[in-house]
Design a protein around this ligand. Structure first.
Ligand SMILES: [Mg+2]
Length: 284
């Protein structure tokens, strides 16, 4: 029995998938990309949605905090806009040249024969640009992105629909101490909503119990833990509640999780010895 247990262990490693957030996880926050993104979102709110300038930082923060992304929050409180247009405005002007090829990370990822998937709230064009700038093409089996969870046909609004828009007063809501009105729900799915995360895993056929989830966001990590993922907080050196581990940089992945490489070597040995015996039997 004991032997059988060992055999099973060797045959099936503990983890069979690594799930990575993109922004501020595969590259550091210090790149400045996030700060630019925030600026572009605020410009969009001003120029395209005509929100009063002085209220924009507060509204943007509140929406980000309560809905996962400012975009999901803007939709929740009633703004109607084309998602592709939003993404090209917010991401299209990012200084992608700040991202450089990361050969260290590329080598680390390619040296692990285990399934790797990106899970980002960003859109697919942004994800492709980041991976291209970082020289990480071919390192991931797939990308779960905005479009995966929010099909594009949901995003076109007629002028009449836009004109009828009634906006929920989110600043007013939070300025009233006795506010007991429920916040409106967003039609958009994104992290850290557990429903969104469960749906993403289902679409990508990922078993949370056998997956390690890397993200720089404390709330995404906490949600990941609640749905059963093994969680690694990236960009911080100290663990928080919900994080099984913390990494200062994604480059430290091998030091933090040496068992992944050990498992890979073991399964390579099994494959190799299996191959030899087949060849031997064919020769014989
Ligand atoms: Mg992130």
């Amino acid at each position: 029995m004991e032997f059988e247990g060992q055999y099973r262990l060797a045959q099936s490693p503990k983890y069979d998938c690594l799930l990575f957030d993109l922004d501020d996880t595969l590259y550091p926050f210090s790149s400045g990309i996030s700060a630019h993104c925030t600026m572009n979102i605020e410009d969009y709110m001003l120029e395209k949605l005509q929100i009063e300038k002085e209220n924009i930082p507060d509204i943007s923060n509140i929406l980000y905090k309560h809905y996962g992304t400012t975009m999901a929050g803007l939709r929740a409180i009633g703004y109607k806009f084309d998602y592709d247009e939003y993404h090209s405005f917010v991401h299209g002007r990012l200084p992608y040249d700040k991202l450089k090829p990361d050969l260290v990370l590329r080598h680390l990822l390619l040296s692990l024969p285990i399934r790797k998937v990106i899970f980002t709230n960003g859109d697919k064009i942004h994800a492709a640009k980041v991976l291209n700038r970082m020289g990480l093409e071919g390192c991931f089996e797939g990308i779960i992105c905005f479009e995966t969870l929010n099909p594009p046909e949901d995003s076109s609004f007629s002028e009449d629909e836009i004109a009828e828009t009634e906006i929920f007063d989110i600043l007013g809501h939070f300025s009233r101490a006795d506010a007991n009105v429920e916040l409106p729900k967003s039609p958009l799915l994104c992290k850290p909503s557990e429903d969104a995360m469960i749906q993403a895993l289902k679409i990508a056929n990922i078993d949370p119990q056998r997956t390690i989830f890397f993200d720089d966001s404390i709330r995404n990590i906490a949600a990941g833990k609640r749905i059963g993922l093994h969680t690694v907080l990236v960009g911080k050196s100290s663990r928080i509640k919900g994080a099984d581990q913390a990494l200062e940089s994604i480059h430290n992945i091998k030091e933090a999780l040496p068992e992944l490489w050990e498992e890979a070597e073991k399964s390579e040995e099994i494959l190799y010895s299996g191959k030899v015996s087949i060849e031997t039997s064919v020769t014989a």
